[in-house]
Write a protein that binds this ligand. Structure first.
Ligand SMILES: Nc1ncnc2c1ncn2[C@@H]1O[C@H](COP(=O)(O)OP(=O)(O)O)[C@@H](O)[C@H]1O
Ligand SMILES: [Mg+2]
Length: 424
């Protein structure tokens, strides 16, 4: 009795003939040679996860490949793990896998078993994606020795610039050379807050065709601040607005490429509010940038700030920590008032899986320092100054120095930072 045609490889035909004797099968037809699993993996290397910018094999998304005979050829079963179950790219990845494999003469069907990555696997994938982004980034004039920290938030007025100038000053007071890049192109405030209003100069530097911008310098204790801002290029904020959309959109790129920074231990970038072009450009040009996210204790601010963290994830920037600013106000009688509510900083930090680096209270000395060009972290005696100095010290402690790096390449050192704080 003929039950069905059954296609098998010649070498296992004998086994089936045995079954035929038992009455199940009447025919034994040879299959084409089985595809090589290594060839299949090589084909899968052409399937990119467009969001992560690498192929699904090297990203560890493609798991086991199993071949089963069937329908005159082979059915290929592939396990594919997505970063999150509901990944919107699922349909695209499926189509891409199928269209690449189905043209193989021995493959008749492709079946995908979808899975979801564990938190650890996801961290490993993100680290790799960041690594790739870094490898593909164009060269900038920012020295490799510099740890780059961008101070960001979801919206304006939460204290990004205040945090930037105070951390920069506190780092310099510890003997560090600190670059400050004012990326708030239209709303610059760094020159005033650091008391450095001078116009930027340019000069020709050996081996460069174009003249380079020389950052304005200010000595702070044993350290130095090196500062660039569009506020040092244009007459006043009115002029800056007039230039809007013209050369100013390119200003950040220019500050990364055309500034003669010299040696830097740190580069602090004061970001404009929101999650626009400047952030994406920075992620492309300086993917080793770590973000410090500033938020106020209000839950509404925290919700906006989480967008900055989201943008960081999408562009593979690492979040180094959260700083809560305007945490509370203590009056002359010692009474503490939570003017902007409570808990925004720790909620945000917990949500994105990083540390809350500090809570800076509201103190008139912070805004006075900003107005006078003398950041409170320098000579201030209040709580805000203490918190800024403590955050700066923590940043110094967790950043490998050149001595720590002796014997390994800058890349290895960079990677060691990733492993120390790869919780984002
Ligand atoms: N901790 C603080 N205590 C008192 N005033 C502050 C504090 N942080 C910021 N400010 C003031 O709030 C205003 C907005 O701060 P700013 O740093 O310019 O924010 P952003 O750069 O996010 O727009 C400024 O006038 C600044 O002096
Ligand atoms: Mg600002």
């Amino acid at each position: 009795m003929r039950v069905s045609s059954w296609y098998v490889e010649p070498r296992i035909c004998g086994v089936l003939r045995h079954e035929i004797v038992q009455g199940s099968y009447t025919e034994c037809v040879s299959l084409p040679p089985a595809p090589d699993v290594n060839d299949i993996r090589a084909m899968l290397r052409a399937v990119m996860d467009p969001e992560l910018g690498d192929n699904i094999v090297d990203l560890g998304m493609a798991g086991d490949v199993v071949l089963e005979p069937g329908d005159g050829g082979y059915i290929v079963r592939i396990g594919v793990k997505l970063t999150i179950k509901g990944c919107p790219l699922r349909a695209q990845i499926k189509k891409d896998i199928e269209s690449r494999l189905i043209h193989h003469p021995s493959i008749v069907k492709v079946s995908i078993d979808w899975g979801e990555m564990t938190a650890d696997e996801r961290t490993a994938v993100m680290t790799r994606a960041r690594w790739n982004a870094r490898e593909q980034a164009p060269d900038t004039a920012v020295p490799l020795s510099a740890r780059v920290l961008a101070i960001a938030s979801g919206k304006g007025g939460v204290g990004k610039s205040s945090v930037t100038v105070n951390l920069a000053a506190a780092l310099a007071a510890e003997g560090k050379t600190v670059g400050v890049l004012d990326a708030d192109i239209w709303g610059f405030s760094i020159p005033r807050m650091l008391g450095m209003p001078d116009r930027l100069q340019a000069r020709t530097v050996d081996g460069r065709e174009k003249p380079m911008i020389i950052p304005n310098e200010r000595r702070v204790g044993a350290g130095t601040l090196k500062v660039v801002s569009t506020g040092m290029l244009v007459e006043d904020e009115g002029t800056a607005l007039m230039w809007r959309g013209l050369m100013l959109t390119k200003a950040v790129e220019q500050f990364l490429n055309d500034v003669d920074w010299g040696h830097l231990d740190f580069l602090l970038i004061d970001m404009p509010p929101g999650t626009g072009d400047v952030q994406m450009g920075l992620a492309r040009m300086l993917p080793r940038t770590d973000l410090l996210i500033v938020t106020t204790p209000a839950v509404s601010a925290q919700k906006v700030a989480i967008r900055a963290a989201d943008m960081a994830r999408r562009s593979f920037l690492r979040v180094a920590g959260v700083i809560e600013n305007m945490s509370s106000f203590t009056c002359d009688h010692g009474e503490e008032y939570a003017l902007f509510g409570n808990g925004g900083g720790i909620t945000l930090a917990t949500d994105i899986g990083v540390d809350l680096l500090g809570q800076v209270p509201i103190e008139p000395a912070v805004s006075d320092g900003g107005d006078k060009g003398e950041p409170v972290a320098l000579a201030g005696t209040g709580n805000a100054a203490t918190v800024f100095r403590a955050i700066a010290q923590r940043i110094i402690d967790e950043t490998p120095t050149n001595d720590d790096m002796a014997g390994c390449s800058a890349r290895d050192a960079d990677e060691s930072v990733v492993t120390v704080r790869s919780r984002s």
